[in-house]
Design a protein around this ligand. Structure first.
Ligand code: SF4
Length: 412
């Protein structure tokens, strides 16, 4: 009987990709996936430590597994990822029923971790990989920045780019298993460089893999968007016209205190250049950084007006132990709540306005269900007619309702 594994992932897309990679090593040892915890023989928890809240959720799930394990002591619990890296050996003391702890820096050697544990047999028949329309491919790990609020560099270490050949093989394997859309992942994904292979080269080469219809990437850093990058990708329609570009603050003073490496003016310049090249931009914003004044916050609101984001994910600042910003005095919860609600009010209409701007345009839509798909610039489109899932359809957008576009197929 194969070992049934329940996978629980917290955090970002990189973590989802890491969970897939870890699961591949488990399936090479005969494991299969289950969505039913009660029927599982093993649980893989892949954790995030970027925010306190995500770490607490993972630990609370781990706490609940105590009873699950008591029902059958043969069951296996694997705790992996960023929180595992941060908390290290202390975890096994606090949760003695944990079988394997594997930090974010050890993911590349997860196969060896499994073999060392003696709990999985490498000789078992690997399960066939499952086809997914959209697949993640990690191209780099770690980060060379030291944003003053961020714990990632200390848990994931400095940047390590994977060899281009390895990435192309991974993307090819996923395309052969049925993926039509490949998303390249890295903490500062557009800083990728392997010898003479740049990030733009990599995007173009992945787009040439048979079966790949669209290539996306996340998360880029503003400073790596250069005119050379835009020139290298501008004629490739398979590279999605959407960039999720975290800004974090609209005040140059706060950006400097955050050590983000750019000013408000530089960020807006990059946004304009990307928009001229046809990219739509979404972003992340932190409100209530310890040194943020009312004037700084007003700067964030005005940047949101100027940048014409399609969406903005807004977070209250929360300190992470061990980061330089954690030493600074915090704003009161009232200030945080107040600023967040003002910002959310402003961004609430962004997506709807962005959807309205699409009316009258022609979009190429990758079908994710027979009638619904996503455009290159990441809008949901209802096609009105049935098309094969995974096909790319050219559609004229007739109207927008909330966050959905309605199209008339070009051949109607
Ligand atoms: S760029 Fe800054 S926020 Fe992003 S992972 Fe690196 S240190 Fe953290």
């Amino acid at each position: 009987m194969p070992i049934k594994v329940f996978v629980q992932t917290y955090g970002c897309q990189m973590n989802l990709a890491d969970s897939e990679e870890m699961f591949l090593h488990l399936s090479a040892r005969g494991a299969v996936r289950t969505d039913n915890l009660d029927q599982a023989d093993a649980v893989l928890i892949n954790t995030c430590t970027v925010r306190d809240h995500a770490e607490h959720r993972a630990l609370s799930f781990l706490g609940r597994l105590c009873k699950w394990k008591r029902q059958n002591p043969q069951r296996i619990i694997i705790f992996a990822g960023c929180a595992a890296q941060r908390m290290g050996k202390a975890l096994q003391k606090r949760y003695p029923y944990l079988n394997i702890v594997s930090g974010a820096k050890e993911i590349e050697h997860f196969d060896q971790t499994l073999d060392k544990s003696g709990l999985f047999s490498p000789a078992a028949t690997p399960a066939a990989p499952q086809a997914a329309l959209s697949a993640y491919v990690t191209i780099m790990r770690g980060c060379n920045f030291n944003c003053s609020y961020c714990i990632v560099p200390s848990v994931r270490g400095p940047v390590k780019c994977l060899p281009a050949q390895t990435i192309l093989q991974d993307a090819t394997r996923k395309a052969q298993a049925g993926a039509k859309e490949i998303t390249l992942l890295g903490q500062t994904v557009n800083a990728y460089q392997d010898g003479s292979t740049t990030f733009a080269d990599l995007l173009n080469r992945v787009s040439e893999i048979p079966g790949v219809q669209r290539v996306r990437f996340t998360s880029p850093h503003p400073i790596y968007f250069t005119p050379q990058f835009l020139a290298a990708v501008k004629d490739n329609p398979k590279i999605a016209r959407h960039v999720h570009l975290p800004v974090q603050s609209g005040s140059s003073k706060v950006l400097q205190e955050m050590k983000r490496g750019y000013t408000r003016e530089i960020f807006l310049e990059k946004v304009r250049a990307l928009q001229v090249a046809g990219f739509e931009i979404s972003t992340d914003i932190i409100v209530g950084f310890p040194t943020e004044t009312e004037e700084d916050f007003a700067q964030t609101l005005s940047l949101v007006d100027q940048a014409r984001f399609t969406a903005a994910y807004c977070f209250k600042y929360s300190p992470r132990q061990g980061t330089p910003a954690a030493q600074l005095p915090l704003h009161s919860e009232n200030v945080l709540e107040n600023r967040l609600s003002i910002l959310l009010n402003k961004v609430r209409g962004l997506a709807e306005q962005a959807y309205q701007r699409q009316v009258g345009t022609v979009q190429s839509v990758l079908m994710e269900t027979p009638r619904k798909g996503r455009s290159s610039s990441n809008y949901w489109v209802e096609t009105g007619l049935d098309f094969p899932v995974g096909s790319v359809v050219s559609c004229k957008i007739e109207r927008a309702e909330g966050t959905l576009l309605f199209a008339r197929n070009e051949h109607d």
